[in-house]
Design a binder for this molecule. Structure first.
Ligand SMILES: NC(=O)c1ccc[n+]([C@@H]2O[C@H](COP(=O)([O-])OP(=O)(O)OC[C@H]3O[C@@H](n4cnc5c(N)ncnc54)[C@H](O)[C@@H]3O)[C@@H](O)[C@H]2O)c1
Length: 449
């Protein structure tokens, strides 16, 4: 099938590459000239495990193309995926300017004697399909003077991939949600997605509005789980319980499940913060007070600063001249994405308080440098960051941080002090190694310094 993907970021590039992998001819469109140039010359633009290999193969085999021209990109495409940004507006609602802008452009390009399916993969509020439909129709009338209502259908097909495991998630999704009232579109998309659901995971067909809401409901529910566990962790710290034990105790209940019960330093990334905000805002717009979501956001904001509070308290509110080593900058492991990463919030607070930071992240340092420049030091290895530092702070649970050389760490650090926002280490081990160790929702290990 000929496919166009408009927007070649995390979702668009994975989507385009994975559809090429199942034999489709895919053209990815992006307005970012540098990105298109890089991709066209065989260079990948994001770090995502497993993506580069299939990207290179499909590009070499001529199934994957890149262009800045929407007109050329959609020329032969039967299906057009929109994988465009939907960032939060100032008031928290999803900004649809990218989606509706492209819809308008599509209206100038779609003709009467063809059939195309426009598929929204971006995360968008309920009712967006209708808006896209209207925008395309209106623009066709204004620009071409024709009614193209028979020439296209709109589908809402939210994407559930997780950065870090995006290729696996796309190739073997738990489910595919297809929201459309068009039987013709249903059939074509069923065929397109068939190779991805061979193991029996469902394609769930529904109306457009339910599909749009499904995505927000999924992300908001997961964010709620995180904030809930972060509150349980706070309680644990106050009453002397161990959140790891509580997590295991509740996770073994099938109704609760083991996943997504890890406390930490708050959720970040390009999706949870903006999607929870957008669902709360769109609920308010229709006079519904979504109380749980307000609490979820409030808890998360506080949690992002929880470790900073511990650090300040340990250093008796005097961080001037202190050197803090920071392991992890990405909002989660296996990605170079730093959007709304808790590490950035901590950097801001710690540097404001006068601390100097030396940081290491396996993939995200270039992106952080682009955003905040050299206000922190970036090191070659995780151990270099520790050199003469007053404490180590862990912000991202990259696997290489899980079993480090504690003797080496102790020797490099000025003081054997660790603040662990991801509960990576065993408390007994920390005690044996003589570290002062503070984590989330567990007892403090003190080396009586
Ligand atoms: N990143 C994720 O993990 C994830 C997962 C599921 C859903 N989503 C949703 O998918 C959507 C895209 O997210 P993303 O993370 O891929 O965003 P992104 O910012 O990584 O990529 C968006 C791309 O669109 C391009 N673009 C902007 N305007 C354009 C235009 N007019 N024409 C062509 N290209 C244009 C940008 O240059 C950029 O490359 C968002 O709605 C997001 O909420 C993201």
């Amino acid at each position: 099938m000929n496919i166009a993907v408009i927007g070649t970021g995390y979702v668009g590039l994975v989507t385009g590459t994975c559809f090429a992998e199942t034999g489709n001819d895919v053209t990815c469109v992006d307005i970012d000239k540098n990105k298109v140039k890089k991709l066209s010359s065989g260079q990948i633009t994001i770090y995502e495990p497993g993506l580069e290999k299939i990207f290179v193969r499909n590009e070499k085999e001529g199934r994957l193309h890149f262009t800045t021209s929407l007109k050329n990109g959609i020329k032969d495409a039967k299906v057009i995926f929109l994988a465009l940004p939907t960032p939060p507006d100032e008031d928290g609602s999803a900004d649809l300017k990218y989606i509706l802008g492209v819809a308008k452009d599509l209206g100038t390009l779609i003709t009467k004697d063809e059939y195309k399916i426009i598929i929204d993969k971006s995360t968008v509020p309920v009712g967006t399909s209708e808006k896209v439909h209207t925008a395309i129709l209106k623009s066709a009338i204004n620009s071409q003077g024709i009614d193209i209502s028979e020439s296209f259908d709109i589908v809402s097909n939210p994407e559930f991939l997780r950065e870090g495991v995006a290729v696996d998630d796309f190739m073997k999704p738990d489910r595919v949600v297809i929201g459309t009232s068009s039987e013709r579109a249903k059939k074509i998309l069923g065929e397109l997605y068939a190779p991805f659901v061979r193991q029996g995971n469902p394609i769930i067909y529904m109306d457009e509005k339910s599909a749009e809401l499904t995505k927000y409901a999924a992300n908001s529910f997961l964010a709620t789980k995180i904030s809930f566990m972060n509150e349980i962790a706070q309680l644990c710290e106050k009453v002397g319980a161990d959140v790891d034990m509580v997590r295991k105790g509740i996770g073994s209940d099938e109704r609760i499940g083991r996943r997504f019960l890890f406390p930490g330093i708050g959720y970040g990334g390009s999706c949870f913060p903006k999607d929870v905000k957008a669902l709360e805002k769109s609920s308010r717009e229709i006079d519904y007070d979504f109380k749980i979501l307000k609490a979820v956001m409030h808890v998360n904001e506080k949690q992002k600063l929880h470790l900073v509070k511990k650090i300040k308290s340990y250093f008796k509110n005097d961080l001037k001249g202190k050197k803090i080593a920071l392991w992890g900058l990405a909002f989660k492991p296996n990605t170079d994405d730093i959007r709304e990463a808790s590490a950035l919030t901590m950097i801001e607070e710690l540097t404001k308080a006068g601390a100097k930071i030396s940081a290491f992240d396996p993939e995200a340092m270039a992106n952080v440098k682009k955003e905040i420049g050299n206000i922190i030091e970036y090191t070659e290895t995780q151990y270099d960051a520790l050199n003469n530092a007053d404490a180590l702070v862990i912000a991202t649970e990259w696997s290489e941080f899980r079993t480090p050389d504690f003797n080496k760490m102790g020797a490099l650090l000025k003081d054997k002090v660790i603040f662990d926002g991801r509960n990576l280490f065993d408390l007994n081990q920390m005690e044996e190694c003589g570290f002062h160790y503070e984590s989330i929702g567990r007892r403090i290990i003190t080396n009586n310094n």
